[in-house]
Write a protein that binds this ligand. Sequence first.
Ligand code: URA
Length: 467
Amino acid sequence: MYRIALTAHDDFDGWRGAARRLAMAGVDPADILWQVGEAPGDLFGGDPLPPDRADAGFSVSRAFIDLAQKASLHRDPERFALLYALLCRLRGRPGLMEDKADPLLRRIDILAKAVRRDIHKMRAFVRFREMADEGGERFVAWFEPEHHIVRANAGFFLRRFAAMRWSILTPDVSIHWDGETLIEGLGAQRNDAPDGDPVEALWTGYYAAIFNPARLKTGAMLSEMPKKYWRNLPEAALIPDLIAGAQAREAAMIATAPLPEKAPRRQGDIATVWATIRQEAMGCTRCALHRDATQTVFGEGPLDAPLLFIGEQPGDQEDLAGRPFVGPAGQLFDRALAQAGVDRSRAYVTNAVKHFKFERQGKRRLHQSPDAGEIEACRWWLGQEIELIRPRIIVALGASAARAMLGKAVTISRTRGSAIALKDGAEGWVTVHPSYLLRLPDAERQAAEQARFVDDLRVVAERVKRG
Ligand code: URA
């Protein structure tokens, strides 16, 4: 029997080192007891760990490491044993990570998802209160995570609040930043953190000002901001009154909303005007997405194109390249266009939203769908592209693009397959987004849906040919 004592609840490196040696020696999962810290029975020890055969070639996929790293932070006492069992099975079946129906993989996936959610909650719901200590001003927050995520989340707060002195207190551990060093302390209690001060007044004022009654969805709000976090959130005390006044405020907002702005009349030939609009879009700050994206990804293609495609927003690769549809979704799109007999170089291709919206996860930037406000803000540019190019046919790829094309939300299944009369005589079509096809887990369904997508493009190609 092997007894592995990890140094802390989030000691992933300890688990990884031991798991590697055990797996290489072929140790059965049932012969290992994973624990955190030393337990009284350890006096009798366990078998010594097998030697580290660093030269023996042992590799696992990045996907497994990412998943294991997250799942290892869960409070489930069995997590380390489950991860080891998965590691052993993966050695004999490398394709297992793709098998979404595998019960063990699914169970671990659920753990990882809960941890990701908890990490997100901590980022969203930590609220600092100002106080003073011997070093001067210090911002202190209290948070109760569900899982062992505090150390894993420290980097986020460090980057965000590098210039402040702060402490985050939690029941298991506390972390303190003094502007130069991050130190760790013991767990704390709720009343160790201050409870209301001038920062709070500022924050509640800000929250009341940004609270948008037109976006009020109480159910969604409760699931995103569970009541258990309300105790720590100064703005939560405002919520009942804000909800009560929401309908009246919404009516007032509609009544006083400014009319949509009109883009300026542009002088010059079409290429010069397009270049001017594009240049202006490069400095766009109409919504917050410009802050994190690398650059604006404007549309491209011939300015006399009879056919214009609207995607959702640039992805990771498009954001870096500065061109639409060059990543995996773009490659699928290119293949489908070729099968449908559409020459991409004769079409104008653009996006509803021109900046990449993402969430960072380690080194990866994970796509996030744009919201209605971001799509609306970016219609300023899309509208000008369409007005300038005046395509005969516009194809919206996916729901965000359809919303941008039509100015309202529609369901793909109901709008797909028939022409929609747009202003200025253009004809609109709605179909699925190529990324949707990439995400379909089932190969058979993927093939069928891709064929349907190609059929949609064929219909459009036919309409273009007929003029
Ligand atoms: N998805 C889109 O909608 N647009 C791109 O440019 C790339 C991926």
